[in-house]
Design a protein around this ligand. Structure first.
Ligand code: PLP
Length: 401
């Protein structure tokens, strides 16, 4: 017999498992609204033109080799990534108080940050919102942090439970880490207003809570890279410390290239440099050094003003298409006279709508309409098109009536 014969089968990942089920369905009308990846109006994955251009430049440059990158990744990429999230004129960058390391997209950057905190930060408790991206509790637990939660979403209002959030963070122990979605909260699409962010900032700083930003959707939420980074920049502008994990999966469509960054903003340059020396000790035994191709694409685009501008136009087009799908779906439900208030569909921002549909309604829509989504009722607006909105609206209408 096998030495592994008593291994029990693990369940599918709750998000990626949706695609597994979708792939098995042979219906021609099937629709995958589970996974958070952008699709064109034709339902196809999109490689940005500017990415194709950057890849052409890289391929045609004979000086490019396939050597190992340093442990912290491509230096130019790291600098440009910090500028992108903190702002080109950020004093923290100018004062060399920021250390940035290349990571394996958002997930890998979160994991490296978490391991660093578990080894070197005195507080091991991290607060994550309820609900949050399903991978968060797993990433932080496996890194050795102790995960607690704070209230975030109010199902009654389908908006922010601001009072609950302030109460829970107010009751957190001094120094606790707080995971914040920089923008386009996943799965709810509900973000604090700037005034609310300011109150969160004041509360967190007064209690010495350490912000850890997860920025997976910069530019993808509103179409503006600056607007979507405002929460992070607010916390950096006060001179305090924070961590930020960035992903280029969505905003550059580089999902499979696994390109991201972890920045740690410190109070002083010498601290930042010692922090970086320890980040290397986290990374080296984990994956040695990060892959070169995706980071080279990003650096090529970010350092050239013409390509950068082309990127912002393509990014805005993706954001706008998603926003227009919100309006189409909302209109389609109104036209059908579907009971309930659906205004949250147009109020929420980012890739997802948190529909408020329950597990049974989701199961019904999958069985009867071949529509796939996570069981919490989250749908990816990026997977919709004007062709498929009526089918989805029919399914929702049938599910709630
Ligand atoms: N954080 C959030 C909130 C996300 O939604 C995602 C992707 O779905 C990620 C992080 C990380 O994605 P990736 O590792 O592909 O960059």
């Amino acid at each position: 017999g096998s030495v592994f014969s008593n291994i029990v089968r693990a369940p599918e990942d709750p998000i990626l498992g949706v695609t597994v089920a979708y792939n098995k369905d042979t219906s021609p009308i099937k629709l995958n609204l589970g996974v958070g990846a952008y699709r064109t109006e034709e339902g196809k994955p999109l490689v940005l033109n500017v990415v194709r251009r950057a890849e052409q430049l890289l391929v045609n440059d004979p000086s490019r080799v396939k050597e190992y990158l340093p442990i912290v990744g491509l230096a130019e990429f790291n600098k440009l990534s910090a500028k992108l999230i903190f702002g080109a004129d950020s004093p923290a960058i100018q004062e060399n108080r920021v250390t940035t390391v290349q990571g394996l997209s958002g997930t890998g950057s979160l994991r490296v940050g978490a391991e660093f905190l578990a080894r070197h930060y005195y507080q091991h408790t991290i607060y994550i919102p309820v609900p949050t991206w399903g991978n968060h509790p797993k990433i932080f637990t496996i890194a050795g942090l102790s995960v607690k939660t704070y209230r975030y979403y109010d199902p009654e209002t389908r908006g922010l439970d601001f009072k609950g959030l302030l109460e829970d963070l107010g009751a957190a122990p001094t120094g606790a880490i707080v995971l914040l979605h920089a923008c386009a909260h996943n799965p709810t699409g509900v973000d604090p207003t700037l005034e609310q962010w300011e109150q969160i900032r004041q509360l967190m700083r007064s209690k010495g809570l350490l912000p850890f930003f997860d920025s997976a959707y910069q530019g993808f939420a509103s179409g503006s890279l600056d607007a979507d980074a405002q929460s992070v920049r607010m916390f950096v502008a006060d001179g305090g410390e924070c961590l930020a994990a960035q992903s280029y999966a969505k905003n550059m469509g580089l999902y499979g290239e696994r390109v991201g960054a972890l920045s740690i903003v410190c109070k002083a340059a010498d601290v930042a440099s010692r922090v970086e020396s320890q980040l290397k000790l986290v990374i080296r035994p984990m994956y040695s050094n990060p892959p070169i191709h995706g980071a080279s694409i990003v650096a090529t685009i970010l350092k050239d003003s013409d390509m950068y501008n082309e990127w912002t136009v393509e990014l805005k087009a993706m954001a706008d298409r998603i926003i227009s799908m919100r309006q189409l779906l909302f209109d389609a439900l109104r036209d059908r006279g579907t009971p309930r208030d659906w205004s949250h569909i147009i109020k929420q921002i980012g890739m997802f709508t948190f529909t408020g549909l329950n597990t049974e309604q989701v199961a019904f829509m999958t069985k009867e309409y071949h529509i796939y989504m996570t069981s919490d009722g989250r749908i990816s607006m990026a997977g919709l098109s004007s062709r498929t909105v009526p089918h989805l609206a029919d399914a929702i209408h049938a599910a709630v009536t």
